[in-house]
Design a protein around this ligand. Structure first.
Ligand code: AMP
Length: 524
């Protein structure tokens, strides 16, 4: 479903377009119309499905930017989620001038939050504990709250927030819309729904039985900033005749095509903004081999009927399990073999696990190829070209020049050949992409748990640790996972692809003026 069909506020439509969303994800297509009607809703969806926009868009549409009163509230289980969700809602509300969105969570200075709240905030996105704290201090005025969203409700219950959630719900005006999102629907969730939601519509994405064609499937855990580099390494390494690369947004398609062209690949993009004539041109180029890499969104790829696609790359993990099957089904056609590669960032591994379970398929983790692996392969290719050149070209003139050169200097012919080969290869930036294997540190999948020798007794707060890690390593703070602080030490989880960087960056860092040591934790 297109966003045009969803009758969005033009300002939100503009934001969605700018974010490069090409079509509504399945949960959005179902949930947005229901929520826009003002009805209560139970949405069954997990992270990565686009659920934030599914409730964020209707929530924003109900907010009146002219009033500075608190009008909508989202409860999330963790600080990271609150920050992420607030970021997404801000982007969606970018063109609704006067709307303020504030994440409020434990670990952050409460007085700072109180000051921000006093300035007038229409939407807060918070963790239950901190929201209750503010309610007790009367720093949150609930009378005008017209929408409440419980995000990842099952997680919140698992974390023991049931009582807090109920306290919040009791305090809200009765005339309000309640949206409950949860990946699973255990009994306590249904009890909350029964008690606090009025005639809710249940929205979930029904899944068809899917069969995955026999295709070799691999995934790579990558640092989000190194995705393009990893992708080009894989392209160099496997050197497929025709490749199809999938991105989740039109914007990403355009950016990636530019980047790949800049790296010397014959790549073209395909998405819904192109005119038919442009699409035809791109498709013809791909069919006749002028273009060997096609970068597309899910929607645009529907019209592609090419049998020889050797490799499919999921630059972004797809938003729906079904998309995954459609995407990789573009390769391995007509009895040919095919390979599918997926780049995974941080907690997206969960989504991949889900895809594997649901599609009953195996996606194997692989280490990112090293620079050496690529050098060997590139050298081989250059040597092939050299052989061809020797066979088919008149080299007399070049031989004369080289003979003269070799007589005059001390270099050997082999050294000259090696230098030319090096120049031909391009030295490229030395980027460390390979991930160290930290073994099992007792972290969530996709994360590494780090041990830091500083804790509560040294008067350190969680915010200090978070700040130091983000500040020193340059990694976005919202990528930091669980932080457990004890008297004399602290455990912090960071995405696996950032772990080496963080450990390195923290070598000379201080927290609250104290030198610290950071190392991978032992298993719990
Ligand atoms: P969520 O499930 O809300 O955590 O969203 C996962 C990611 O998908 C976020 O980075 C969103 O910006 C992105 N996203 C949400 N809706 C769409 C859409 N319709 N098309 C492409 N990307 C989307």
């Amino acid at each position: 479903m297109n966003f045009e069909e969803l009758c969005l506020d033009p300002r939100i439509f503009r934001a969605v377009t700018e974010m490069g969303f090409e079509q509504a994800s399945p949960i959005q297509a179902k949930a947005i119309p229901v929520a826009l009607e003002g009805r209560d809703m139970i949405g069954q969806a997990q992270t990565g499905t686009g659920k934030t926009a599914a409730f964020g868009i209707p929530m924003l549409q109900r907010v009146n930017p002219k009033s500075k009163k608190l009008q909508a509230m989202v409860l999330c289980p963790t600080r990271e989620l609150a920050i992420q969700c607030a970021g997404e809602v801000r982007k969606l509300g970018k063109f609704m001038h006067g709307i303020k969105v504030l994440p409020i969570y434990g670990g952050q200075d409460i007085n700072k939050q109180i000051r921000s709240l006093k300035g007038g905030v229409q939407i807060i996105i918070g963790t239950p504990g901190r929201v209750i704290d503010h309610m007790r201090r009367h720093t949150l005025k609930m009378e005008e709250v017209g929408t409440i969203v419980l995000d990842e409700a099952d997680e919140m219950l698992n974390m023991g927030f049931r009582e807090d959630i109920e306290t919040v719900l009791e305090k809200l005006p009765e005339e309000r819309q309640t949206l409950l999102f949860s990946a699973t629907m255990p009994k306590p969730i249904m009890e909350i729904a029964q008690r606090y939601l009025v005639d809710p519509e249940i929205v979930k994405v029904v899944k068809k039985e899917l069969t995955v064609p026999k295709i070799d499937q691999f995934y790579y855990e990558v640092n989000p900033r190194k995705k393009n580099e990893v992708l080009s390494r894989l392209l160099d390494m496997y050197d497929p005749e025709l490749s199809l690369i999938f991105c989740n947004t039109k914007r990403k398609v355009d950016e990636l095509v530019e980047d790949l062209k800049g790296r010397g690949y014959f790549a073209e993009g395909l998405h819904g903004d192109l005119k038919q004539s442009q699409r035809d041109r791109v498709m013809n180029g791909f069919r006749n081999g002028r273009t060997d890499i096609l970068v597309a969104t899910d929607v645009a790829a529907r019209g592609i009927d090419v049998d020889d696609v050797e490799a499919v790359f999921n630059y972004d993990v797809p938003q729906d399990d079904e998309y995954y099957v459609h995407r990789i089904g573009r390769t391995g056609r007509a009895g040919k073999s095919g390979t599918a590669f997926t780049l995974v960032v941080g907690r997206e591994v969960y989504k991949l696990k889900d895809i594997q379970r649901y599609c009953k398929t195996k996606i194997k983790r692989q280490p990112i190829p090293s620079k050496d692996d690529i050098t060997d392969i590139r050298a081989e290719k250059i040597l092939e070209q050299v052989r061809e050149c020797i066979e088919n070209t008149h080299l007399r003139k070049m031989i004369d020049i080289l003979e003269e050169y070799l007589e005059e200097c001390d270099d050997t012919a082999l050294e000259v050949a090696a230098a030319l080969m090096m120049m031909q290869m391009g030295q490229g930036e030395e980027i460390q992409l390979r991930q160290e294997d930290f073994g099992d540190t007792g972290a969530e999948p996709g994360m590494v748990r780090l041990f830091i020798n500083i804790g509560k007794k040294q008067r350190v707060r969680i915010g200090d640790v978070l700040g130091a890690i983000a500040g020193e390593s340059g990694m976005a703070g919202d990528l930091v996972g669980a932080i457990d602080m004890y008297d004399n030490y602290t455990f912090v989880e960071v995405p696996r692809e950032h772990a080496a960087e963080v450990i390195d960056a923290m070598k000379n860092a201080k927290i609250k003026g104290k030198q610290v040591s950071v190392e991978p934790a032992n298993r719990k």
